[in-house]
Structure formats: C-alpha cells, structure tokens
Design a protein around this ligand. Structure first.
Ligand code: HEC
Length: 119
C-alpha cells in the first residue's frame, strides 16, 4: 500500500514536471528562498513540521515531507493552502495572500520547490 501511494506521488510529480507552467528550474531556486522565508519557521527547513515556531500549535504544522512523499497532493490544493491558509478551518496556517501579499507566481515557485525538495 505504502509503495502504491509512493508511486502515486511520483506519478503526480511527473505530471507536474511535464504537464504545465511549473516546470522551470529557476522557479525552484526562487521557491527555496520563499520557503525558507515564509514556511520553514513552522514546517521546518527539512519539511518535517518541526520549525522553531511550531511550539504547541494545535493542530501542529503539517509534515510536508510526508505529505509530498506519501499522498497524492495536487498543485491546486497546495496553491489553495498557501494562498488561503487555515483561516476557514481555524488553524495556525496563515493565509499568505492576506498576510504577506504573496502573488500567484510566488506561490507557484513554492509549490515547485516542495516537489523538488521533499520527494
Ligand atoms: C505560523 C505557522 C505556519 C507557517 C508560517 C506556515 N504554515 Fe503551513 N501549516 C501550519 C499548520 C499549523 C498546519 C496544519 C493545519 C492546517 O492544515 O491548516 C499547516 C498545514 C499546511 C499544509 C497542509 C498539508 C496537508 O497535508 O493538508 C500545507 C501544504 C502547508 N501548510 C504549506 C505551507 C507552506 C508552503 C508555507 C509557506 C508559504 C506554510 N505552510 C507556512 C502552520 C504554518
């Protein structure tokens, strides 16, 4: 089962890299910068959810490493999560559209980095 899910994630990553506008190397670099600036404090530089600001958050910051590896998580879902955050479901995940005015392009760069770094 785990093997199957992992295969699915690779398939999703493959489709991501072949199918659309996210498929540019320079985006990954920009995405890394943005991830370290905006996401690592909670989700950790390694994506394991143990960033210095994670503290006693409930629910805790998601383990993105696991999420990217183990689930079929879509670009659309990631984009939505980054831009809208957990406001509607009352979690500590910020809306980066509201909080930092993150553009769609910046969100795309972050998504690109997530696929690249947490596989
Ligand atoms: C202030 C802390 C904080 C920051 C900063 C933060 N997050 Fe989160 N994030 C959370 C928390 C808490 C959750 C779990 C609750 C939820 O899903 O809303 C979460 C959940 C998520 C999820 C959902 C994963 C799943 O399996 O459903 C994704 C994806 C995510 N964050 C990506 C990001 C990205 C990308 C950034 C940077 C742009 C970021 N987060 C910045 C706290 C944070």
């Amino acid at each position: 089962m785990a093997k199957f899910l992992k295969g699915g994630a690779y398939l999703a990553a493959f489709l991501t890299f072949t199918g659309n506008a996210f498929a540019h190397g320079h985006l990954t670099e920009k995405g890394e910068q943005l991830y370290m600036q905006f996401c690592a404090e909670c989700h950790g530089a390694e994506g394991d959810g143990n960033g210095p600001a994670a503290g006693n958050m409930s629910p805790p910051p998601a383990n993105l490493l696991q999420a990217m590896q183990g689930k079929i998580i879509s670009d659309e879902y990631l984009m939505w999560t980054i831009r809208e955050g957990g406001e509607n479901i009352h979690t500590d995940m910020p809306s980066f559209e509201k909080r930092d005015n993150i553009s769609e392009d910046d969100a795309k760069a972050i998504v690109q980095y997530l696929w690249h770094a947490f596989k």
